[in-house]
Design a binder for this molecule. Structure first.
Ligand code: AVJ
Length: 308
């Protein structure tokens, strides 16, 4: 059984039901995520783009005097923001190693880099963050980029263990640039996860489509609605798909039937919002310290420079 099949089965048999958001990113999912990032409601990308393009020099200053270093990007996506950061650098001095779960996204990124920064040495690697960590060990000084509030898709416990594992493969003096969306009012956050064009709804429903295709399922997409929620005290944004009626769905690949009650929700994704305190708690059992904060002009988003 593939891990997709196992994970889907486990999630749909659980109470309450859930599906892992890491499976959003098939070809169609990548396309929809780019549409989300380009939506006016999705402020995260604009904020981080502003930070990286206007403060690149300050962000990279710890690496200024070095002869050679590596820039590793976890969950690189299409690299639009990263190009801004790399633009000012002397290309002989570093190698850029983007890592992403989507080989499709890595291809788009390589093309963008060839077009916009043809001199940059780029060594892409396809894989899951947790699984590629070991391969990061090495003696060259490193800057690890983990941008876009990608950490927010992990529940706190998992985020803490991820940061711990990351810290363990780094050497003293290495840095992490961690891009995190900050806690703010629901008037700003909720629309980012419920855009008017319906790209976010389609992004969530696309996972049901993927299950239909790859696990021979018969989900009827018009019988589920996207229902996001956000609690501005805890900073947790969550997405659900809610069943609009009592129904039974078959997955012919594992050969199971799953019943849904009218109004029953399938938990799809957490997008955590942060503040200093939450980050410090996640860092307690790591050897990483907050060295600097880089904010956008609206103070919606923060790129934290962490030092090991
Ligand atoms: C990929 C984690 C940055 O949670 O904001 C966007 C994914 N999901 N809209 C986020 C996402 C729905 C996104 N990150």
């Amino acid at each position: 059984m593939s891990s997709f099949e196992l994970d889907v089965l486990q999630g749909l048999k659980a109470t309450p039901k859930y599906l892992p958001s890491k499976y959003f990113y098939d070809h169609k999912g990548d396309e929809l995520f780019i549409k989300i990032m380009n939506s006016p409601e999705y402020y995260l990308t604009d904020c981080e783009f502003e930070i990286l393009s206007e403060q690149a020099k300050d962000i990279l200053s710890p690496f200024e005097g070095l002869e050679y270093f590596e820039i590793i990007e976890l969950g690189a996506g299409n690299g639009k923001k990263t190009v801004e950061l790399l633009r000012g650098l002397n290309t002989k001095k570093f190698t850029y190693k983007p890592v992403d779960i989507s080989s499709n996204a890595l291809e788009l990124l390589s093309k963008r880099l060839k077009r916009e920064l043809p001199q940059v040495r780029c060594e892409p690697e396809q894989g899951e963050y947790f699984k590629v960590l070991e391969s990061l060990r090495g003696k060259h000084p490193k800057l690890v980029l983990f941008l876009g509030s990608n950490l927010g898709n992990m529940v706190d416990e998992r985020a803490a263990s991820f940061l711990g594992a990351l810290s363990q493969v780094l050497n003293s003096g290495d840095r992490v640039l961690l891009g995190l969306d900050l806690i703010k009012s629901r008037e700003i956050v909720l629309p980012a996860y419920n855009d008017k064009n319906g790209y976010t709804a389609a992004f969530n429903l696309n996972l049901l489509k993927r299950i239909n295709k790859e696990l021979l399922g018969d989900f009827q997409l018009d019988k589920f609605v996207h229902s996001p929620e956000y609690d501005e005290v805890s900073g947790l944004a969550k997405s659900y798909l809610t069943s609009t009626e009592n129904q039974v769905v078959s997955l012919n690949k594992p050969g199971v039937q799953i019943s849904f009650q009218k109004g029953e929700r399938v938990f799809m994704e957490v997008s955590r919002k942060y503040n200093d305190q939450i980050l410090k708690t996640l860092l307690t059992r790591t050897q990483l310290l907050i060295e600097e904060r880089f904010l956008d002009s609206r103070k919606y988003f923060c790129d934290y420079l962490l030092a090991r």
